[in-house]
Design a protein around this ligand. Structure first.
Ligand code: CMC
Length: 439
């Protein structure tokens, strides 16, 4: 495998920094990757000075070395294994991207066929999963079911999993990529009372998933090629995003030596929140609430008012401070899908007005808040007939490729340690236990 070219480093950075704490000085090494900001290695700071560092929300802290995904937030750059997202969106497929993320290189024809064959032939769920699924309330949110079902996978494959064996680790990754769509479709069908289907292995990944989710036994599903194309594109764009909250969760759980299915279940739980993957569902609900272009300005005003507690969902990003390259691609696809499927969704008009108004507004300009990946994706999902409560599940299916790639990378990282942050304790100093009569 060719190694990234470290001559690509543009900044001139010191190889070490000196931190002075009172009378003590400590020299800390600086680590530089192939691209991006260099990092001060603070590991010996506590030992030398007795001080820890504080960085709530990891605003300035790298937690690992990774060769998978690179983001340049100032310039709107996203690359998987060095390949720009724009090129992958145009030329690749989700399954090829999953291979790339996991293995570091694009597959040749043989590798591609083998990977597709393996993923295709691990799509079935153990029949006992059904009994498990039927235990959920009929109105359970599909993300709640997905967390539970994935956690339960650990019980099906735990005993035979030797984390020291690279082939077993690879198979766990393949199983996850293969089975998450089957489980996701089953969760949805259960929630609406449809019979749970089986994967049709003559179909390719995305089409198979759409069939599993939408086909009824009584009639064949007519699927527009545009639907599969749009879904594949959305999956590519959502496949990885370096150390985001859910991937960091997968890595944190993985750092304890936990089973990969449990790690990914934890990732799904982290993804669910509206500040992360749950935003796509929240965007659509917000657009529905706004309802008409005339109401856009009052939504903008509400988002600017901190006391309202309301944020423009699908706006802003921790890393992108110029534009989210995924949003640019999705916006274009959104127009294409709606035109091709003949869908006239008034929410698109609301979304465009909202984007336009926010991009002109001083509050959003100053804070560098731009539409993110979730802003237009919901409108596409809606046009494809995907119900709102399944939007974050779609994100989870795609992000599974990234989660397993990071989990695999972590397993062979010679510097990997159990993740264990420190804290600034703000509770009581020592005090004596008070008996009930003294409280
Ligand atoms: N609407 C209104 N104000 C906002 C928004 C928004 N969507 N996002 C950030 N702000 C303001 C925030 O109030 C703060 O203002 P001030 O400096 O006056 O206190 C400033 O912008 C910086 O915000 P922050 O919360 O410190 O930024 P962050 O990096 O911690 O948060 C974020 C990033 C994505 C959580 C946030 O922008 C947000 O809540 N966006 C809405 C939810 C959303 O769309 N999430 C999906 C993210 S992309 C998909 C993914 O990768 O998960």
């Amino acid at each position: 495998m060719s190694q990234p070219d470290s001559s690509a480093v543009k900044q001139t950075v010191p190889s070490q920094v000196t931190v002075t704490a009172g009378e003590k000085s400590v020299i800390l090494p600086v680590h530089t990757g192939t691209l991006g900001n260099s990092c001060v290695d603070i590991a010996k700071l506590p030992k030398e000075t007795g001080l820890f560092t504080y960085d709530s929300g990891f605003m300035a802290t790298a937690s690992c070395r990774s060769a998978i995904t690179y983001i340049d937030g100032d310039n709107g750059v996203l690359m998987y294994r060095g390949y720009p997202i724009e090129q992958l969106s145009e030329h690749s497929s989700f399954l090829e991207v999953a291979y790339l993320l996991m293995n570091g290189e694009l597959p040749n024809q043989q590798e591609s066929a083998k990977f597709e064959h393996e993923v295709t032939h691990h799509t079935m769920m153990h029949e006992a999963f059904r009994t498990f699924l039927f235990g959920f309330r009929h109105d359970a949110h599909p993300m709640a079911m997905l967390v539970g079902m994935l956690g339960s996978m650990a019980s099906f494959y735990h005993n035979e999993l030797d984390l020291e064996d690279p082939e077993q680790r690879r198979m766990a990754a393949i199983r996850l990529i293969a089975k998450v769509p089957t489980i996701a479709a089953a969760c949805y069908r259960y929630s609406i009372g449809w019979p749970i289907g089986y994967p049709k292995n003559n179909l390719e990944y995305v089409t198979r998933f759409l069939h599993m989710m939408k086909e009824v036994p009584s009639e064949p599903l007519e699927l527009s090629p545009m639907a599969a194309k749009a879904m594949d594109l959305l999956f590519i764009l959502h496949a990885d995003h370096e150390q985001n909250a859910s991937t960091s969760t997968v890595r944190l759980v993985g750092s304890t030596g936990a089973n990969p299915y449990a790690c990914v279940a934890a990732g799904v739980a982290a993804l669910w929140g509206p500040a992360h993957g749950g935003a796509n569902e929240a965007v659509l609900k917000m657009l529905e609430e706004i309802g008409r272009p005339e109401n856009v300005q009052s939504a903008i005003d509400k988002a600017k008012n901190k006391e309202s507690g309301f944020r423009l969902m699908g706006f802003g990003h921790r890393v992108y401070k110029n534009f989210d390259p995924r949003a640019k691609i999705i916006r274009e696809m959104c127009h294409k899908v709606l035109a091709e499927l003949g869908v006239n969704d008034p929410l698109l008009e609301v979304a465009m007005r909202l984007e336009e108004a926010a991009l002109k507004d001083e509050y959003f300009v100053q804070r560098k808040l731009y539409p993110n990946v979730d802003f237009y994706s919901g409108i596409i999902y809606k046009a494809l007939g995907i119900p709102t409560e399944m939007f974050t599940v779609m994100f989870a299916i795609a992000r599974t490729a990234g989660w397993v790639a990071h989990w695999l990378e972590q397993q062979t990282d010679p510097e990997a340690k159990i993740g264990r942050p420190r804290q600034i304790y703000t509770g009581y100093a020592a005090r004596d236990y008070a008996g009930m009569d003294k409280r």
